[in-house]
Design a protein around this ligand. Structure first.
Ligand code: SF4
Ligand code: SF4
Ligand code: SF4
Length: 292
């Protein structure tokens, strides 16, 4: 009797070892972020990328690595923390705006096929790169979807660079939404587990969370991670959501998707078991970094 794993069983097996998909795994297994993607192809109004050693938030790394350096860094990290199950690339810019992330995954997949490869992207180029992403062994993808209505997204994203043009406002927002949904459909059909990350912004997308969850789950996403706005850049004076707004957004999203609640929004070069002990990036880059 040969038993064939169902999609659901494969999903359960995968998320059990992925600290960003399972609350239980978040305190048990480690992840490393390799900062190989310096630039971005869209402009979110809240985003401020930075190279520094002190700020603890996404979009920040102590340096940018090339793919070869990233592989060396991973080797060192596995030696320091054998509990690492996930190799993620999450910036500091967009992972599909430059070639570094895919080249890094291609190198890693040859040497460490057993590690879960995880890519985080704004989704603009997801459809175009879907084949190469799956060929590089990527099993989990996070797509940041902050609105599925261009009228709302134009207040979060000022514009996008797409096919040699800068598209502003509503026009850019609509192209981004279309590309994200096409990308989620294509990559989830290819067997990749998709998590949607949404930055919760009071007064802009707070009332829109249910629609995002509904539309992205129909497109093939499985998990949603709603994270509070960290006010920066053009939204520096904007209020972050409070705990009750965050909780009720998560309860609303749960009608459609599994909701992940443990995210602490780590840096683009984080390393170790999230929420447990010191971040190992300090040892990897020989520089003092804040503890997690
Ligand atoms: Fe987690 Fe995102 Fe990093 Fe993947 S890319 S390991 S989901 S934080
Ligand atoms: Fe910043 Fe990410 Fe938005 Fe690019 S997609 S502007 S890196 S938050
Ligand atoms: Fe991923 Fe958030 Fe966990 Fe960091 S804290 S590993 S970003 S889910």
């Amino acid at each position: 009797n040969v038993s064939v794993a169902t999609t659901e069983e494969k999903f359960d097996h995968l998320v059990k070892k992925h600290p960003c998909f399972s609350g239980e795994a978040h305190f048990k297994y480690g992840r490393i972020h390799l900062p190989v993607s310096p630039t971005c192809n869209i402009q979110c109004k809240f985003c401020k990328r930075s190279i520094n050693k002190t700020e603890n938030r996404p979009g920040v790394a102590s340096k940018v690595l090339n793919p070869r350096e990233a592989l060396d860094t991973l080797e060192k990290a596995l030696w320091l923390c054998p509990d690492i199950t996930v190799v993620g690339i999450a910036g500091p810019g967009d992972t599909l705006a430059t070639a570094g992330a895919l080249e890094t995954f291609e190198l890693i997949d040859k040497k460490y096929p057993q590690l879960i490869k995880c890519l985080s992207t704004n989704g603009l180029m997801l459809y175009e790169y879907a084949e190469r992403i799956t060929e590089a062994g990527v099993k989990t993808i996070s797509v940041t979807v902050n609105a599925v209505d261009a009228e709302i997204l134009k207040d979060i994203c000022s514009g996008i660079f797409y096919k040699g043009e800068y598209l502003r406002g509503r026009e850019g927002a609509q192209v981004l939404i279309n590309k994200q949904l096409e990308g989620i459909r294509k990559i989830s059909r290819a067997g990749v587990t998709v998590k949607v990350n949404t930055v919760l912004i009071p007064g802009i997308n707070l009332q829109h969370i249910e629609e995002i969850a509904k539309v992205t789950s129909e497109a093939g996403a499985s998990v949603m991670n709603i994270i509070p706005l960290i006010p920066q850049n053009e939204l520096i004076s904007h209020r972050a959501p409070d705990c009750s707004e965050l909780n009720s957004a998560r309860v609303t999203a749960e009608k459609y998707l599994q909701v992940f609640r443990h995210c602490q929004q780590c840096r683009a070069d984080a390393c170790g078991i999230p929420g447990k002990g010191k971040d190992l990036a300090e040892l990897l880059y020989d520089q003092p970094l804040q503890t997690f």
